[in-house]
Design a protein around this ligand. Structure first.
Ligand code: C5P
Length: 433
């Protein structure tokens, strides 16, 4: 990674663009980074246009290098349209004599997507017969590569050997391939290029300057719990899991090994994150107890049901047998966060959430002390643009030393980034909210 790139600005939330936008948020951690996107000749090359577009919308400067085979699948103009920069294709172009050295030297990351079987072979043996090969050999930036090929080619022993070499190469990060539908007429299997969003996140993790979360283990709880009433009904709440998803993604982008223990909610999981799916508070407790002893950071964003029906029926309660009304006796669930605090490593950081309709910040301060958190994030209940279900949140972060930081309305991902700024500060031994 080149020193001197505008890393400081890149880490400030909202340094560019609309912080309240949905999935694509310019800034963190791609802003101002120089990415060389190498595109090889495979049918998945059409998806690389999306990769180039999203990296650009996230604030990266993207130079696309197309191999000659790639130009048979996708036109250079398509990449120029989404990056605003002319793709590079020719090692021997007049005026381009030292282009490969400059591109490789100045890159914060070289991403190759799709990485074909032939590219893997060339790269594994350090070949530099085209522009992409020369850029790679002139660069010491991290390399993110996304293999894509037919499943039979992926299974071939030579491909496996080349992959093993690249997997073991320092600074090389593989994304995929995924299993799914291959080119027309080829059915499905392993070999499909990873989703563009996964590739974009892998680049984000590769270009993020190593913070204290690099190598740290982060546990995040997320979503609602469902407490069964009978065979088909449950008591739940309106938590969507969006805040926990954003937290897990942010921690992974900052270099952590992340476990997300989540109740039913958003379907997709952030790329790279180990996901444990649970239903009830008791299931969530078991999963958290198993992981929390190894965690350097635990963030309890789950909306855990405080009570559960004492005796859920095994069958479905029928209207005819209810006699006009149903009384359900509820018993208390364990407090997962409070129990976790007693099981964590000595210098680990524990973060809670408080969702309240009244006296939000005061009640949050009370919970911080009662449950042994280092930090607590107060977010309002009942607001259309914050708390449950919204894509944005308006929070106050409190620490155990009594400091408070009220943040404006921002995307949940940006809130997550701010929370980990505070967490990293504590891990470094400082205190700053
Ligand atoms: O008391 P309250 O439920 O508002 O506390 C919120 C915080 O406690 C959140 O961090 C939540 O994840 C955690 N919690 C928990 N187990 C419970 C209830 C809440 O871990 N049974």
């Amino acid at each position: 990674m080149s020193p001197g790139s505008p890393a400081e600005d890149a880490r400030e939330p909202g340094a560019a663009g609309d912080r309240l936008a949905g999935a694509l948020e310019p800034g963190l951690p791609w802003l101002g980074r120089r990415v060389v996107l190498g595109v090889c000749g495979g049918i998945a090359a059409y998806k690389s246009i999306q990769v180039a577009r999203d990296l650009t919308l996230h604030g990266a400067a993207v130079d696309v290098v197309l191999t000659s085979a790639a130009r048979r699948f996708v036109a250079p103009l398509a990449f120029e349209g989404v990056t605003g920069r002319g793709p590079l294709i020719d090692l021997f172009a007049v005026g381009g004599a030292a282009l490969h050295v400059a591109l490789g030297r100045d890159a914060d990351c070289v991403c190759v997507a799709p990485a074909t079987a032939d590219f893997l072979a060339r790269s594994a043996s350090g070949r530099a017969g085209d522009l992409l090969g020369t850029v790679l050999t002139a660069s010491d930036a991290p390399v993110v590569f996304a293999p894509a090929m037919n499943d039979r080619m992926f299974a071939h022993p030579r491909t496996r050997a080349n992959l093993a070499l690249l997997d073991a190469a320092p600074g090389h990060y593989r994304v995929g391939p995924a299993t799914g539908r291959l080119a027309a007429g080829e059915g499905s299997g392993p070999g499909r290029m990873a989703d563009p969003s996964a590739i974009v996140d892998a680049v984000g993790r590769a270009v993020h300057p190593c913070g204290t979360l690099s190598g740290a283990r982060v546990l995040v709880t997320s979503g609602p719990t469902r407490e069964p009433l009978d065979a088909v009904r449950f008591v739940g709440n309106r938590s969507s899991g969006k805040m926990g998803y954003a937290l897990a993604r942010a921690a992974w982008l900052r270099g952590a090994e992340v476990t997300l223990v989540t109740g039913p909610g958003v379907e997709a999981a952030p790329f790279g994150v180990d996901v444990v799916r649970v239903e009830t508070a008791l299931d969530m407790r078991d999963a958290v107890v198993e992981a929390v002893g190894d965690a350097d950071v635990a963030v309890h964003a789950a909306a855990v049901g405080d009570f559960r029906p004492a005796s859920p029926r095994k069958d479905k309660l029928k209207r005819e047998s209810a006699g006009g009304e149903v009384a359900v006796r509820m018993v208390e669930n364990p407090d997962i966060a409070a129990e976790s605090a007693t099981r964590m490593k000595p210098n680990a950081v524990s973060v809670g959430f408080a969702l309240e309709t009244t006296d939000l910040v005061e009640r949050a301060a009370g919970k911080l002390a009662a449950k042994g958190f280092d930090l607590i994030v107060a977010n309002p209940a009942g607001a259309p643009d914050a708390g449950f279900e919204a894509d944005t949140n308006r929070v106050t972060i409190l620490d155990r030393e009594g400091r408070r930081k009220a943040l404006p309305l921002m995307a949940k991902f940006t809130v997550a980034w701010e929370i980990f700024n505070a967490v990293e500060e504590r891990l470094r031994g400082g205190v700053r909210v």
